[in-house]
Design a protein around this ligand. Structure first.
Ligand code: SF4
Length: 377
């Protein structure tokens, strides 16, 4: 299932834990959207060919960031128009837009729905004001709840929320309240991430100075277990290490990344994959990106993946999913290697094999990185 990712690198302000590329130069948005349109036209023929080589067709579009909800409805409409008019054959089923809860009025949501967005991914992170404030998020808990309700009113039937756990001084009671709130809001999809202290971020410096401390690992594990149990009881099942969904609401776009489908990444810092051996990416610099595109050039950098790279990636991404790695996707020699390296994990109940799949058990997800490393070349 081939897809297009559009990176919208604008944020009203920077959150202290974030190391994604983004800029607060909101005045560049209009020009940036024009560059995305130009890039779409420039790259569509090659991407159409890559999809054809894999017998694939464009099925998903994803606006990620940054904060895509910093775009107005017209910007989103323009970008989608340029995609639709650059590809002759598409079967677009899912168009996702990541949004900050504080940016969404009912009118804006209706405009986004009319532009074609049919899946909303809300960066809620928490419903607790103290925690949101600690992370320097712009919204509060009440705005997050209001955003989900307004999205429903505007006609969104596929809503995902992002939650974070392992936050400084976060208690189990606060986490339970977040889970209960998510369930009450009856969202179709939840992505949950444990906070990581990324080097170079203000939060990392606070950690170094002892101004915040990391949450106990045991408590983080319990938070993850509780989330899984509570969501599962309510029909929202884990299908990837960080993702949970009701039946039929798994992210189609992210699913393409895990199965090696081709994807086209548009915008500063966006990555693309041809579905075979080539990975390309645009510079993490909006000025350099726009100047090159406006000259009719592509600012792409590229790497050619070796067989070892492809093997490692398939193992890593496959083991993150509930389904696991599909042995039929590997050569005979690689299958043998996977089975040999998996043997001790299978014996210890950290991996399990079902038909042609090898997947991590609940206990295995605790040490997933160690398992992945052992199975990689
Ligand atoms: S809004 Fe998102 S992308 Fe922007 S700084 Fe905060 S976490 Fe990072």
């Amino acid at each position: 299932m081939a897809g297009i990712y559009i990176h919208i690198p604008f944020c009203k302000s920077r959150c202290i834990y974030c190391d994604f590329y983004s800029t607060t130069r909101l005045q560049d948005r209009e020009e940036y959207v024009r560059c995305i349109e130009l890039e779409t036209a420039l790259r569509a023929p090659a991407f159409a060919q890559q999809m054809a080589n894999k017998g694939d067709i464009l099925k998903t579009v994803y606006f990620g960031g940054g904060t895509p909800s910093m775009l107005c409805e017209r910007h989103v409409d323009d970008i989608l128009y340029s995609i639709r008019s650059s590809f002759y054959h598409t079967q677009i089923q899912e168009i996702t837009l990541e949004a900050n809860p504080g940016d969404l009025s009912e009118d804006k949501l209706r405009g986004l729905r009319e532009a074609g967005i049919n899946r909303l991914s809300l960066g809620v992170q928490s419903f607790q004001d103290t925690l949101l404030h600690r992370l320097s998020r712009r919204h509060n808990g009440a705005e997050a709840i209001a955003a989900v309700k307004a999205a429903r009113k505007a006609g969104f039937e596929n809503i995902s929320i992002d939650l974070m756990y392992g936050l400084p001084e976060q208690t189990m009671a606060q986490w339970m309240a977040d889970i209960e709130q998510a369930i009450q809001l009856d969202v179709e999809h939840v992505s949950a991430y444990c906070l990581t202290y990324e080097e170079g971020t203000p939060l990392y410096r606070m950690l170094q100075k002892g101004e915040v401390s990391e949450l106990d690992e045991e408590l983080c594990n319990r938070m993850q277990d509780t989330l899984e149990e509570e969501l599962e009881k309510n029909g929202i099942k884990r299908y990837e290490i960080s993702n949970y969904a009701k039946d039929g609401y798994q992210s189609k776009h992210n699913g393409s990344y895990w199965t090696g489908a081709p994807y086209l990444g548009l915008g500063a810092g966006a990555h693309s994959y041809d579905g075979a051996y080539r990975r390309q990416w645009n510079p993490d610099d909006i000025g350099a990106y726009m100047a090159t595109i406006q000259n009719g050039q592509l600012p792409l950098e590229e790497e050619v993946l070796s067989e070892v790279d492809r093997y490692n990636e398939a193992v890593m991404l496959g083991l993150r999913t509930r389904e696991g790695i599909h042995l039929n996707r590997f050569s005979e020699a690689d299958r043998l290697m996977i089975l040999t390296e998996s043997a001790s994990f299978l014996r210890e109940g950290l991996l399990e094999q079902a038909d042609e799949y090898i997947r991590a058990t609940h206990a295995g997800t605790r040490i997933l990185n160690i398992i992945i490393e052992a199975l990689m070349k």
